[in-house]
Design a protein around this ligand. Structure first.
Ligand code: GAL
Length: 819
């Protein structure tokens, strides 16, 4: 190489360096002059009371190092005496108090817990504001910065923040301490414990957007153009907003600049041409990038995702989304994520929602509290309508230490927060101000219903409000039901007709339905429809014929949904089993989680999942046989066979012998929705079902075979490759199989789990509501032949191997990848 060309290269390298330096300075300048958001993930934690834990000098060296989101109680152990409630649940028509163990999950969530973290904030200089925000903290949070109390927030489910500008020290380390306290008799289910959602510090200019500043609506939508209205709350003088709207591909579709301001609000109306509408089938999202300038200086930038869609509720058509009549095929979900407890994890939420999409479900109700932001983001992206609920209790208690203690002081603030923090999610199409509140009785409650609904309307005039009402006779009499935008009935199908006539709205929503109970893979004989049925093994039958005294079978709801056009849909109790509320075994230890789910606590579909899928999933075939066919000792006994299918008729064969054709018909409710062969005699072998189309042509078949002894393991995963972000999860389903690969439906072998490589064993769950094994130790018995293992990525790319073994079983491995 000549000296000359070397010189040129040198000059180029120098220029490059200079350019990189300039780019870095520009980046640093913007990073430091604009908003900086810091997730506070790493904390020290201790359970118990520590008098001086808030002070700067407190020594937390021996405290546990934890990652937030964190649920301190999910690690157990289960204990019968935790929050043992000797109560009579009036809402369940109980007349005498009984000892309820496991009502809140029997996990150690009660008591005081402290979190401490130290944070340096070089971004925090003069003319800066700092916000400390909590997406949720369970519960009774008291927050301290550098030893000084900045505020408190009692309700564990709501989002809250504090302006901590005057509490912070510039150029020094700051100590943040949070004291939480959970009381006994404060919940009807497992609430979790701790900083179970994200905690952030936001440092921004004094001239900036306020917290949850933006409110984006689409008040006018045609196929040619949508009017996008953006209201933004700002602070500071001489401000201009420059807005860029991008489509889902990132292409700029509209721009706008404005300085017009009224008080602290800047409002814009921006046209988007040929808008692509958001719906469950096409969850199309736009993004508005909002840049805030003071003079010519960029002070703040926020990007808000939104959808363009219209919603309308009317007596003529019920619910219309984008002008199309849409029925809610919804499920109620509690906030826990089974073996992960309540610590929020986006991969776990996505796993749930993926299962629900396959079910054909189009809507979720966050029962009975504020949803996580992560869940709403996913519902926007994946296309699920959302009923965002706020409270399970108003002023009249359901549980002694429930929200009734806070209602007067906090209800308005909590509703305002819910709406302001989530109103830009297109998935939310309805608010709920309460669930089965005892305030349904009496005049004061009617006033409260109106008061809360008015707050929702004031904050968000675009969405209606419901309450899940179970005291239907009372609310028909006292006007409570007539007030609601959407009359939501919990159960009480026998009163639907009456309520429809009495209420002025002209339509009804099944805000909570069914509460049918079952245990995955467990079948009881004889097969009869029964309420409040209990068995010695503390399981419920998966023939899906058992329900509670206040509830009903899915089929009862289906009749209403199909025959009454004024019923706008349903939210089934529940999509997944959850921790706590082990009805019908509230009084029976060791039951500690629910039996209501279409899927069990491990996320595995029960038979009932396929009953709903056969109606809701109109794209894919459903042909599901129950029960399993391994019944040593039942030879010659009547063993009914049910088939859940989208086809109208099917023929059943037992070892090749026809048991006849069954057709869906209206003779009984069940015959209308299930194909049932009630007189089949058990003999080992294979049962096969052949489905026929409307012309009588065989179109699909399924079979189930009697299993031999447990011999090996089969491992299947929902995702072989997960993200190397330290949070992502692969759900590995382990099935115990016989020599021929047939699943062993009653196997309960104890299994061990080991991981190698760049991931770790995170948790395990078998879906058994009576199991006291801990989710976080890598040993668990199979339940109905299965367990689900959660493997978590680290921050490193590479391979992960999960090995599952059990005595007398062939060990099996599965290779996973983290990228
Ligand atoms: C409802 C209640 C739910 C759950 C369910 C069980 O009355 O709203 O939270 O308790 O019953 O069936």
């Amino acid at each position: 190489m000549s000296v000359f060309s070397k010189l040129i290269i040198n000059i180029k390298v120098k220029k490059m360096r200079k350019l990189i330096f300039i780019l870095f300075m520009v980046y640093a300048a913007t990073a430091f002059t604009q908003t900086v958001v810091k997730n506070l993930n790493t904390w020290k934690f201790a359970k118990g009371e520590y008098n001086s834990a808030a002070s700067i000098s407190f020594n937390d060296a021996v405290w546990e190092l934890v990652t937030v989101p964190h649920d301190w109680a999910i690690y157990g152990p289960f204990d019968k005496d935790i929050d043992k409630q000797v109560v009579k649940i009036e809402q369940n028509n109980e007349k005498t108090a009984t000892e309820k163990t496991g009502r809140t999950g029997a996990l150690p969530f009660i008591g005081v817990g402290w979190y401490r973290t130290k944070v340096s904030l070089p971004e925090f200089t003069t003319h800066k504001q700092a916000i400390l925000s909590f997406d949720g903290a369970m519960s009774n949070a008291q927050v301290f910065v550098n030893g000084v109390k900045v505020g408190n927030h009692p309700y564990g489910y709501s989002y809250f923040y504090f302006d901590i500008t005057s509490y912070l020290k510039q150029g020094a380390e700051n100590v943040i301490a949070v004291r939480l306290e959970n009381n006994s008799f404060s919940s009807r289910w497992y609430p979790g414990a701790g900083l179970y959602r994200k905690v952030k510090i936001i440092v921004k200019n004094n001239a900036s957007f306020k917290q949850w500043a933006h409110y984006i609506t689409t008040p006018f939508v045609t196929s040619d153009v949508a009017k996008v209205n953006i209201k933004s709350q700002v602070q500071g003088d001489s401000l201009t907003i420059k807005t860029i709207i991008r489509d889902a591909e990132g292409k700029v579709v509209a721009e706008n600049n404005t300085s017009d301001r009224f008080a602290d609000e800047i409002e814009q109306n921006i046209g988007v041409k040929n808008p692509r509408l958001w719906s469950p089938e096409t969850p199309y999202l736009y993004a508005a990038e909002l840049r805030l300038y003071q003079g010519n200086t960029l002070k703040d930038t926020e990007t808000v995702r939104f959808g363009i869609r219209t919603i309308k509720y009317s007596a003529e058509k019920g619910f219309e989304l984008n002008g199309k009549v849409t029925k809610f095929k919804g499920v109620c979900l509690h906030h826990d994520l089974g073996p992960l407890g309540t610590a929020i994890n986006k991969a776990a939420l996505k796993h749930q929602l993926t299962i629900l999409k396959d079910l054909g479900c189009n809507a979720i109700r966050s029962s009975h509290n504020m949803p996580s932001f992560e869940q709403l983001e996913l519902c926007d992206e994946m296309g699920l309508l959302f009923l965002a609920e706020s409270f399970d209790e108003w002023k009249k208690p359901k549980v002694k230490n429930g929200y009734n203690l806070y209602f007067d002081e906090w209800a308005e603030k909590d509703v305002v927060t819910l709406v302001r923090a989530t109103r830009n999610h297109p998935c939310i199409v309805m608010w709920s101000s309460g669930n089965e509140v005892p305030d349904q009785w009496g005049e004061a409650g009617v006033k409260r219903a109106k008061w809360l609904q008015d707050i929702f309307h004031r904050e968000d005039p675009t969405r209606p409000v419901t309450v899940g009402m179970d005291q239907v006779k009372a609310v028909m009499e006292n006007g409570f039901g007539a007030i609601m935008d959407i009359p939501g009935l919990n159960y009480r199908v026998h009163l639907y007709e009456d309520a429809y006539k009495r209420f002025p709205q002209g339509f009804l929503l099944g805000s909570e339905t069914a509460s049918t109970v079952s245990s995955r893979g467990v079948y009881k004989f004889p097969v009869v429809s029964q309420k409040d049925k209990t068995y010695d093994d503390l399981q419920c039958s998966s023939y899906d014929m058992e329900y509670c005294s206040w509830s009903n079978l899915p089929d009862d709801d289906f009749v209403m949904q199909d025959d009454k056009p004024w019923v706008i849909g349903e939210f089934v109790w529940t999509g997944f089993d959850y921790l706590g509320e082990p009805t019908p075994y509230d009084n029976f230890w060791p039951s500690r989680s629910s039996y209501f789910g279409m899927c069990d606590l491990a996320g595995l579909p029960k038979d009932r999942y396929y009953l709903y899928r056969s109606r809701w999933n109109t794209k894919d075939e459903t042909l599901h046989i129950l029960p399993h066919w391994t019944w040593p000792g039942r030879e010659g006994q009547t063993t009914p066979v049910f088939v859940y299918t989208n086809y109208k008729s099917a023929e059943l064969f037992v070892n090749g012998k026809s048991q006849g054709i069954q057709k869906k018909n209206d003779i009984t409710k069940q015959n209308r929705y299930r194909l049932m062969w009630m007189n089949v005699k058990y003999e080992p072998g294979t049962i096969k079902v052949v489905a026929y189309d409307n012309t009588g042509k065989p179109v699909a078949e399924q079979s189930v075979t009697t299993a031999g002894k447990p011999y090996a393991l089969k491992l299947d995963t929902d995702r072989k490759t997960i993200n190397a972000d330290g949070e992502d999860l692969s759900y590995v389903t382990v099935t115990i199989v016989d020599k021929n690969g047939n699943p062993c439906p009653t196997a309960s072998n104890q299994l061990q789990f080991k991981t190698k490589g760049v991931g770790k064993f995170r948790a395990v769950c078998n879906g058994d509501a009576t199991s006291l094994e801990q989710f976080h130790s890598p040993v668990m018995k199979a339940f109905s032949g299965k367990v689900v293992v959660l493997v978590q990525s680290s921050n490193t790319d590479g391979n992960i191997e999960l090995t599952v073994s059990g005595k007398g079983l062939k060990t099996e491995k599965i290779a996973l990848y983290s990228r």
